[in-house]
Ligand binder design. Sequence first.
Ligand code: GLU
Length: 389
Amino acid sequence: MTTRKPLDRYRRIVIKIGSALLVDRKTGLKKAWLDAMCADIAGLKAKGADVLVVSSGAIALGRSVLDLPSGALKLEESQAAAAVGQISLARAWSESLSRDEIVAGQILLTLGDTEERRRYLNARATINQLLKIGAVPIINENDTVATSEIRYGDNDRLAARVATMTGADLLILLSDIDGLYTAPPHLDPKAEFLETIAEITPEIEAMAGGAASELSRGGMRTKIDAGKIATTSGCAMIIASGKTDSPLAAISNGARSSWFAPSGTPVTARKTWIAGQLQPAGELHVDDGAVTALGAGKSLLPAGVRKVTGVFSRGDTVAIIGPSGREIARGLVSYDAEDARQIVGRKSAEIEAILGYPGRTAMIHRDDMVMTSQVNSKSERQKKDTAHA
Ligand code: GLU
């Protein structure tokens, strides 16, 4: 199995950091640890990787700032603690990363931001833009507004959703646990450590106990859930201890950690999902130029679209039809049908003037598109010519 490879061989890495690593109950933020972590992140970025951080610690930090007594907090207390703690947390990340001249951008997500397609596209576009400009997104759940019914509840699964949303190829869960054991090690002295997990089988799931520490919500259970989300989308996952300084360097140097193999590639899993939509809500009829562009892996611009049919909303799956009438691709459309109709054949630069808002450059971004038949524009054209003959 080729799962274990140096961290700098991955191109997009999501790192989830548990509260206990960042926050000491008595002394508050662990600044030296954070600085060392940011230096590791800078090292990965210098090698060309995109790095995203899912940082817990808002509630723990707010608790420490507000000097709240230990024990369970009521919902509104933890929301208030998160509101106080998140400011300090984001500032700490921003300051530490700036030592290596890296810019941080804060993203606070609620469950609907990844589960509803429109909001998912929106959140993803923002995160992608941050990555494009070389920033490190610092992501957390928006705990101040999340209620018990509508929340991720733990940052392990949130981090996995972020990894799949951004097409990451590696998710690293850092906490005070160094990996997966065949049984909870503090309860069973015979528990064996598992270095590589090829597949998350029911047996593997059964090995995950429920334990979570007082500071964080996730235990091994949520880590295995995260593993299922990540690996089925082609993202490898590592569970490792973050208790030492520079845990990323330690993993690279062979520190004990559990590696979960991806079960597909990032591209195919998502694109399979798009291709698997049963009923495209509409059709975009495109010209030859667009067919050539799509065949070369480009996005579909409004300029290449000739006709729009059907009733659909932004984020719905639509079919892309070539000049010969053949479906050539499918994708998640960036505009509602009505707006799409208005910008047919127009340059992307004209979109704002026509619609009254800036909108996306592409009618369908290439990351949201899957080719459903082999195309090259010549064969398309030939078919059309034959049809006309
Ligand atoms: N979002 C929570 C916080 O920042 C942490 C959730 C978790 O520990 O998984 O405090």
